[in-house]
Design a protein around this ligand. Structure first.
Ligand code: ADP
Length: 781
């Protein structure tokens, strides 16, 4: 096609503006544009590029074109595989679109010259505008990281041609095409720069706002991200701690555990309530720990979970026999008790209390009974319990609240029908915080204990399937309210013979096994056991004896491993009464032995304590004085009263003893009970004190081989005492051959085993006459 010099192929640009003296590349695809390009290429490569007003419009029409365009030179053309053509054009100069000729295939146009108003020199004002624009551009460039450094440098150092500066900024800034078009269309250089100035200012404002918004979004994002990150970390930590996905998982597990148990209705309700509370709160909320503890406790107590009970009484007796030497009466009573438990309705079953000194096998009997019945055994030590909350638990509002000892024991047992041993009920105290004995009564009362209320657990708990046994050292300390509910079975102290048998048959085999040795590693002769019993232990039970046997085992294990020589033997150790001191050290018990000769003013009494029986000598001095009456040594109030009663008796009978009527005024009397004696304050030393006093006042010695026990009245009657067996055994041990006891103890005497009464003469005395008659050595024996 022929082209007049002023006629150009027209290229309608969409979203682009070409400035003079700038290169730009873009793709073309519309057929009219392609034909226009091809036409340009066949001629002088010049083309008129003009922006569409509406870039979205596919159709080219005059009304949709800007008034000012740019005459360009096509410098390069690339045909792309997708059919599009990439061109690079270089702007030559601005021109007005004049005539618009659409041939259908392409558009051509004629143009009018674009006259630019150039300023001859830079006025002050213009310089200021120029610098201001440059500064704006610098600020603008600061917001856009994308602008190449050399472009910025070029613009900032440009100082001659104002119009060109405006164009340069138009070319390089990332403003919209219609803004660029405004710059392009401005013939007046100063005006053009002002337009640039205004556009930049607005752009900067926009960018500033944009940045602020972005920063805000970013900080928000940062917080969200931080929270997310922390939560993820927490998850990992919880997982590491085995908490899995925290609370929800735990609650699920609690529910599952509860499903596999037979919780009571109240407990289920309460548990569900607590679990719902737990679900509602945050894992880290402070109260979550308390709720969890509570839930754990509820789930840890056994609910309707039973061990199978063995009701065979023969088996029970066999187990008791297998585990214990002697104790015939106790075993018999236990079996009777078990029989009654089976036949009598629950409500009437008695509660057994085993009473006896330490180490006589109370706990051990209870364990055997549990074993025989197939019940779990749990022990609750009540020694020192003063507070009701110890039994019944603290209310949940109390910090560090816990269930009481009863429910704690149930948790330990893990079953609803254990044998619960309430140990040392006589050591239980009582103070302002309530009466633990009352709480215990509720536990033991079959009519109430099916719904025992622990303050912490809050829901009733059924204790009626438990079997309760109690122990105490003496009946005296048992709270009166409790003693009515109990059936007492007494365990007495063991004789030396019993102790030796227990040691040989039970304690030693147990200790050998516990230390992992056999009889061939350690031989303990009977003489050695006898020596331990008499020279190393002074006790009613066998605890120390067992401990000493343990000590021997320990030492022989060491000897075995170190290949040590002990005594004369190597490795296999044989212990006899001769070499026992090598193992256990010097003898610990100095036996209280009788005097060789009868003594004036010294009389041997017999005492009974939780350690068993013992002898004690009471000494009395009488000297001329002013009637002082003094008591020293290991004397308690009851003994003081016994001494006064004795004095009263002697004064009333002064003639009988050949004393002057006012003997008590002209003599000082001093009674002393040695400190080392058994710490026992009781009335049973009464007749002993009286005898010693009579002896001192009359100067008649007391027989050295006699001992006595009995309470004295002021009229000289002798009243009964307790602990007869222990006292007689202690007397025998000390070498006494005659014992005076109150006549009223005759029945007890009949009950004693023969071996106790063997080798000793027992004299029953009704009154002091008889006592003195038998004890004072009128003529030397
Ligand atoms: P307690 O409860 O009366 O203080 P324990 O039952 O704890 O005494 O007894 C202490 C130790 O003595 C236990 O090892 C126990 O097995 C043992 N023991 C006590 N009496 C006998 C006995 N008659 N036969 C066998 N071992 C006994």
């Amino acid at each position: 096609m022929k082209k007049t010099p002023t006629e150009y192929p027209l290229l309608a640009l969409r979203g682009l503006v070409v400035f003079p003296k700038s290169s730009i590349s873009f793709d073309i695809a519309r057929p009219k544009s392609v034909t226009a390009l091809e036409t340009a290429l066949t001629n002088n490569k010049e083309i008129f590029a003009v922006s569409q007003l509406d870039a979205e419009n596919e159709e080219v029409s005059q009304s949709n074109l800007c008034k000012v365009g740019t005459i360009c030179k096509v410098t390069q053309v690339f045909r792309q595989p997708n059919g599009r053509i990439r061109v690079i054009v270089e702007g030559i100069k601005r021109a007005y679109l004049k005539e618009y000729i659409d041939s259908g295939e392409m558009v051509t146009c004629t143009i009018d010259e674009f006259e630019e108003f150039q300023v001859p020199r830079l006025s002050m004002e213009l310089t200021a505008l120029l610098r201001a624009t440059q500064e704006l551009f610098e600020e603008y460039a600061g917001y856009l990281a994308k602008l190449p450094a050399d472009v910025i440098f070029e613009i900032l150092t440009f100082s001659s041609n104002v119009g060109r500066l405006a164009d340069l900024i138009g070319i390089h800034s990332l403003i919209k095409y219609d803004e660029k078009q405004r710059i392009l269309e401005q013939p007046d250089e100063i005006q053009r720069l002002s337009v640039v100035n205004e556009i930049l200012s607005r752009e900067i404002e926009l960018l500033k706002m944009q940045k602020e918004i972005l920063e805000k979004v970013k900080t928000n994002m940062d917080k969200v991200q931080k929270d997310y990150y922390l939560r993820e970390q927490l998850k990992v930590i919880q997982e590491e701690l085995g908490e899995k996905d925290g609370l929800a998982q735990d609650v699920r597990e609690y529910r599952q555990r509860a499903e596999n148990m037979e919780l009571s209705e109240e407990a289920t309700k309460k548990l569900n309530k607590e679990l719902k509370r737990l679900e509602r709160i945050q894992a880290m909320a402070p109260e979550s720990g308390g709720i969890r503890d509570y839930v754990e406790h509820i789930l840890n107590v056994p609910w309707n979970k039973f061990t199978k009970e063995n009701k065979n009484l023969k088996n029970a007796r066999e187990v008791l026999d297998k585990d214990h030497y002697g104790l015939e009466k106790v075993k018999e009573r236990m079996v009777e008790f078990l029989a009654v438990c089976q036949t009598a309705p629950k409500q009437n079953a008695p509660i057994i209390c085993l009473v006896g000194p330490p180490g006589v096998g109370k706990t051990s009997i209870a364990k055997s009974v549990a074993k025989a019945l197939g019940r779990k055994y749990v022990r609750i030590s009540l020694g020192g319990v003063r507070d009701e909350a110890d039994i019944r638990g603290h209310r949940k509002t109390y910090i560090g609240a816990m269930p009481g000892r009863i429910l704690y024991a149930m948790q330990q047992a893990g079953y609803s029908n254990p044998l619960v041993l309430l140990d040392e009920i006589d050591k239980m105290g009582n103070d302002f915080k309530g009466n633990p004995a009352a709480a215990l009564l509720e536990v033991l009362d079959a009519e109430q204990n099916h719904a025992f209320r622990d303050h912490y657990l809050e829901v009733p708990y059924d204790l009626s399937n438990c079997m309760f046994l109690c122990t105490a050292n003496t009946t005296e300390g048992i709270p009166p309210a409790l003693i009515d509910r109990l059936e007492i079975i007494k365990l007495e102290s063991y004789t030396d013979n019993e102790k030796i048998n227990i040691a040989k048959k039970f304690l030693l085999p147990k200790q050998l096994e516990r230390h992992g040795i056999t009889k061939s590693d350690l031989k303990i002769k009977e003489s050695a056991i006898e020596a331990i019993v008499s020279d190393y232990t002074k006790e009613a039970g066998v605890r120390r004896l067992e401990r000493h046997l343990g000590e021997l085992c320990r030492k022989s294990v060491k000897a075995k491993l170190l290949n040590e020589v002990i005594g004369e033997k190597k490795k296999a150790v044989t212990i006899t009464s001769e070499n026992i001191e090598l193992f256990l050290g010097n003898k610990k018990v100095k036996a209280d032995k009788i005097f060789k000769e009868p003594q004036v003013g010294i009389c041997r009494g017999l005492a009974w304590t939780s350690l068993g029986g013992d002898t004690l000598s009471i000494e009395v001095n009488s000297m001329t004085g002013r009637g002082n009456f003094e008591l020293t040594g290991n004397v308690g109030d009851v003994m003081k009263e016994s001494a006064k009663a004795a004095m009263s008796y002697i004064r009333a009978n002064y003639e009988k003893f050949g004393l002057s009527q006012n003997f008590y005024r002209v003599n000082d009397i001093h009674i002393h009970i040695p400190e080392g004696a058994v710490p026992k304050d009781g009335p049973s030393a009464g007749i002993t004190i009286a005898t010693a006093m009579v002896s001192a006042l009359t100067n008649v010695p007391v027989k050295n081989n006699i001992a006595m026990t009995g309470e004295i009245t002021i009229r000289g009657r002798v009243l009964p005492i307790g602990g007869l067996k222990e006292k007689i055994l202690a007397a025998k041990k000390a070498g006494v051959v005659k014992v005076i006891i109150p006549n009223d103890n005759a029945d007890d005497l009949n009950e004693l085993d023969e071996y106790v009464k063997k080798d000793i003469e027992i004299i029953l005395a009704k009154d002091m006459d008889k006592v003195l008659d038998c004890s004072l050595a009128k003529t030397k024996e």
